[in-house]
Design a binder for this molecule. Structure first.
Ligand code: ZN
Length: 378
């Protein structure tokens, strides 16, 4: 923490930082004498267009009752909510109807709406059936959300299709149902994505599927609830990130599960977070919120997860790094975003307390700047 600093911003980027920087009379001066300034927050596991009613999660019902247009509008709304609450960069990880988030991203780029910088996975690539449970009469109900890919060749085609429709990160669902991806299939995804300059990330809980994801060269494991110490060590040696999506009890209860079930997953998350931190597995913050807590918006629901990190006794400084500099590393933008340094994009937030003392202060950002433009100033 540096005190009494000036940050000079030109053309969306930080140019100079110091105690006394010369500036011109035309420059706009924003004085925040009592604030702590931080890099904008990052969330590496977001479903912008998903919003189930409280305690009523039914993926199949969502597919049949909500149009892709409605999903895009929800995505646009949540993108603005996330940005104005301090998230300047996110990874949108799929489950967005027929590429609804691709249009949200276009609307942000056109300046129609405000939103974070979005990394986008397109449709989730998965073995037959995606993450759904339908009957044979509705065999292809999942096609709006998943790309069936059941061999290295089909995976390569699915990667290309997603890139065509706007994806700049590739997501596999590696172990959702009866089948999981083999090492060769993961390698096919990783090689195809790499040839387009992209990374692969995977929904995987643990077991052999997680081995294949890690050994196959994916950039991250999403969830990873059942990862063993051995797998966490392997991830450390391979540089594989854990995006833990460590829901707090208040988040799990939104699914309609009972308190015992919510607590069970909470303790699994805490245990795995603690082990990953102790072992030194690279970590980036990811939320996976698909149902908002009543009375809280998407960003506020996401920040409930800070409780899990606190209860896992992760130091606040490390949690902040997982929400900024380490997330930027996973997303491949560590030379552009995630720190406040000359040459970096001016993505910054302000809070009213020292976040190293109280991480909860992130729930009440008073100022948000995205690429040099003020999007919030309370
Ligand atoms: Zn998810």
């Amino acid at each position: 923490m540096l005190e009494k600093q000036m940050i000079l911003i030109r053309e969306g980027k930080i140019r100079q930082i110091g105690r006394d920087i010369p500036y011109s009379p035309e420059d706009k001066l924003i004085d925040m004498p009592d604030a702590w300034i931080l890099p904008g927050l990052m969330d590496c596991h977001v479903h912008l267009t998903v919003g189930f009613p409280y305690k009523k999660m039914s993926i199949e019902q969502m597919y049949t009752t909500e149009s892709t247009a409605l999903r895009a509008l929800r995505g646009a709304y949540n993108a603005q909510v996330m940005l104005t609450n301090g998230f300047t960069t996110i990874k949108e990880i799929g489950n967005d109807g027929n590429y609804a988030s691709a249009d949200v991203i276009k609307a942000i780029r056109k300046g129609w709406i405000q939103g974070p910088t979005i990394f986008y996975a397109g449709k989730i690539i998965s073995p037959y059936g995606g993450q759904t449970a339908t009957n044979i009469e509705h065999e292809h109900l999942w096609d709006d959300e998943y790309l069936d890919a059941n061999s290295p060749d089909e995976i390569r085609k699915a990667v290309r299709k997603n890139i065509y429709y706007g994806a700049n990160v590739i997501k596999l669902a590696a172990d959702s149902y009866a089948y999981h991806y083999s090492l060769q299939e993961v390698q096919a995804a990783v090689n195809e994505a790499r040839s387009a300059g992209l990374k692969v990330t995977a929904h995987v809980m643990g077991g052999e599927a997680a081995d294949n994801i890690i050994l196959g060269g994916a950039a991250a494991v999403e969830h990873g609830v059942y990862l063993t110490d051995e797998q966490l060590r392997l991830m450390k040696s391979k540089g594989t990130f854990l995006v833990g999506t460590d829901l707090a009890v208040s988040n799990s209860l939104t699914y309609g599960v009972d308190t015992a079930t919510a607590l069970k997953y909470y303790h699994l998350n805490i245990d795995r977070l603690k082990r990953a931190y102790r072992i030194g597995t690279p970590m980036a913050f990811g939320s996976d919120i698909i149902i908002d807590i009543p009375g809280k918006n998407r960003a506020q629901s996401i920040l409930e997860i800070l409780q899990t990190w606190k209860d896992a006794q992760i130091p606040n400084s490390y949690t902040l790094q997982c929400m900024t500099i380490y997330a930027a590393q996973l997303l491949g933008v560590e030379k552009e975003r995630g720190v406040i340094e000359p040459g970096f994009f001016a993505d910054m937030i302000a809070v009213q307390q020292n976040p190293l003392d109280s991480i909860e202060t992130l729930k009440r950002v008073s100022f948000v700047m995205k690429e040099g433009k003020v999007v919030r100033q309370d």
